[in-house]
Design a protein around this ligand. Structure first.
Ligand code: MRU
Length: 351
């Protein structure tokens, strides 16, 4: 049965399917305004992913899966029994939307596998069921990740997190923030320090918003403030999400994560990467092969709609970096925990 669409998105509502349409909470304007945008075409969904209406690796995957449903509807309307060829350009558009989060390609692969076993009849009901399953499974995975990650934390302690790996970045509950939620419920978290995360401010806007709604004590800090906080001694863990984990346990995540991991090792603080197995890419031997998205330098040259840097200033804007496995203490997935990741342990996890 269809559920009603909430008038105002909550952190659990990154992507919702309702009455044949896809609703995306516009993450570019949260928390100042909480609004849904509505989608009926796959090319517009691809654009929404590229433009950061929806972001966060698992939420991108869930959104792409619903995008495939819209693509199938259009392909069947245009080509009837020939829908399997007609859908291709939209599948390619969705896959080209962002390069780093492997959940996008994982979700499209899974939808393709479903497409492969369908006949010439209307594909929408079967593909919608698959997209809903991807969404539900991600939500359930995050609950399990939360439990497993919280069990590693000896509290009470302070936690640093970077970017937003929360409910709004996933199918629900969150990965890094799922661990924080479960650990807080178990009395293990004193306070979360959220890096603001230049230039999109996912920490300032989304992590702070999510945790405040749950009554979890959160303090925002400039990205450059993490080292001095670590030196004060109250932080036990850095807990982050991931966009892609290579077969040797190297981890791609929001730019700045690598620096945090280096600083954490120096200060004797542990690093936990919380991510579903849909984020693990066993086809890439190491993080060196992970494609790192470079976005428009304009994102960096200004702030809040105001130009900051001098005209003509050069800027580089890689939006992810790779943390070597040697700096990761634990990778927490719904299938289990990998401590001090190695290729062998990753192979064992992934079967
Ligand atoms: O550019 P973004 O906002 O999509 O980057 C998101 C991150 O880096 C997250 O930490 C990662 O996707 C994990 S989300 C559960």
């Amino acid at each position: 049965m269809e559920t009603a669409i909430p008038t105002t998105p909550t952190p659990d509502d990154a992507a919702l399917w309702h009455a044949g349409r896809l609703y995306l909470a516009d993450q570019r304007i949260l928390p100042e305004r909480a609004e849904f945008l509505v989608y009926e075409r796959a090319d517009a969904v691809a654009e929404a992913i590229r433009d950061m209406v929806v972001r966060g690796a698992p939420a991108i995957g869930v959104t792409a899966a619903y995008g495939v449903v819209l693509a199938a509807r259009a392909a069947f309307a245009a080509a009837g029994a020939g829908w399997k060829s007609a859908i291709e350009p939209d599948l390619e558009r969705l896959a080209a939307s962002r390069p780093t989060a492997v959940n996008l390609f994982w979700a499209i692969r899974r939808m393709r596998d479903r497409i492969a076993v369908l006949d010439a009849a209307d594909p929408e009901p079967a593909l919608l069921a698959e997209a809903r399953a991807i969404h539900e499974e991600d939500r359930a995975a995050n609950r399990r990740i939360g439990e497993l990650g919280a069990a590693l934390i000896e509290g009470p302690t302070d936690i640093i997190t970077h970017c937003n790996a929360g409910a709004i970045a996933t199918g629900g509950y969150g990965t890094a923030l799922g661990v924080v939620r479960s650990a807080f419920a178990a009395g293990k978290v004193r306070r979360v320090y959220a890096d603001e995360t230049r230039p999109w401010m996912q920490g300032a806007r989304l992590t702070a918003w999510e945790l405040m709604q749950d009554g979890i004590p959160v303090t925002l800090q400039a990205d450059g403030a993490a080292a001095s906080l670590m030196a004060m001694g109250s932080v036990g863990w850095v807990v982050v999400g991931s966009d892609r984990i290579a077969a040797n346990g190297d981890v791609a995540n929001k730019i700045g994560t690598y620096g945090l991991a280096v600083m954490a090792r120096y200060h004797g603080i542990k690093v936990m990467v919380a991510a579903p197995t849909s984020t693990v890419d066993m086809e890439l031997a190491s993080g060196a092969a992970i494609p790192i998205e470079e976005r428009d330098p304009e994102e960096l040259l200004g702030c809040g709609g105001r130009r900051i840097a001098p005209a003509g200033c050069a800027a580089r804007n890689p939006v992810f970096d790779v943390t070597p496995a040697a700096l990761v203490d634990a990778i927490v997935t719904e299938r289990g925990v990998v401590l001090a990741p190695t290729p062998e342990k990753m192979r064992e996890l992934m079967g």
